[in-house]
Design a protein. Structure first.
Length: 257
């Protein structure tokens, strides 16, 4: 647990320990939580919609079904419910597909104040040429928002791999940076939609195989030209800015993919 979260927990615990006189304490669906990033204020379930559903979808998108992804559309449908159940089961919660206090508490424990998951950061998803999120194929704010969604999928992948460190060697690239490394002219890196991965704990093939269950529609790994030393994952099927048909592309011949 991060230090500030530990301090907050202690403060809340002391507050609850103080007797209350002359007041009636009434329970609520979701207890107050001072989360620096985002705080849900209602229980969510299938059939509901809103910006709070969107925020939930971003955080559970990495628990999509095999060869599928969770649409980040603010509508709590079947895919969102199924992904939520997988998220809940993965973290030892009751897998009922309803987002309430227990689910939110787990999400709060997994996110930093800037809304990134605790094991990934904007710094490692940014290009290493000039810094910042400009110079790609979409506005800087869009590239950064796309990268945030990728990071939450990576958090799910990391958990599936036993919570061992997963290293991002390349995330967002500006056009200039992409040209320097000889990237494809319409690479998903230019949109903040991609990450290249390595690990000191898991083989590249293990990473590639697990990535098939974490909402990535693009997957290129060992056996594919130029990918014998890393695994590339991206969300190309969700990219409405690249002018390419929203199709899946998985190839890692050395891994049987």
């Amino acid at each position: 647990m991060r230090p500030y979260r530990l301090l907050l927990s202690l403060v809340l615990a002391l507050a609850l320990a103080v007797p209350v006189t002359g007041a009636l304490v009434v329970g609520s669906a979701t207890p107050a939580h001072a989360d620096e990033c985002y705080t849900w204020t209602r229980t969510l379930q299938k059939g509901m919609s809103g910006s709070d559903v969107t925020q939930l979808q971003i955080r559970i998108a990495g628990w999509a079904a095999y060869h599928d992804y969770v649409a980040i559309d603010g509508v709590f449908g079947d895919e969102t419910e199924a992904a939520l159940k997988r998220f809940q089961a993965a973290y030892g919660l009751a897998a009922d597909g309803i987002a309430g206090p227990a689910t939110y508490s787990k999400i709060y424990s997994l996110q930093d104040p800037d809304c990134t998951p605790i094991h990934f950061s904007y710094a490692e998803m940014d290009d290493d040429c000039f810094g910042g999120w400009s110079g790609g194929k979409v506005p800087a704010a869009t590239a950064q928002a796309n990268a945030l969604r990728v990071m939450w999928k990576l958090e799910a992948l990391r958990h599936r791999l036993g919570d061992q460190p997963l290293i991002v060697t390349t995330g967002f690239r500006s056009v200039e940076c992409n040209n320097r490394v000889g990237g494809a002219s319409n690479s998903q890196h230019l949109y903040g939609m991609a990450a290249d991965l390595v690990s000191a704990y898991d083989s590249l093939c293990t990473i590639a195989k697990e990535a098939r269950y974490t909402g990535f529609s693009g997957l290129i790994g060992p056996g594919a030209a130029g990918h014998d030393d890393h695994v590339h994952v991206d969300s190309r099927a969700e990219n409405d800015d690249d002018g390419i048909a929203n199709a899946y592309y998985w190839t890692a011949p050395s891994c049987g993919i």
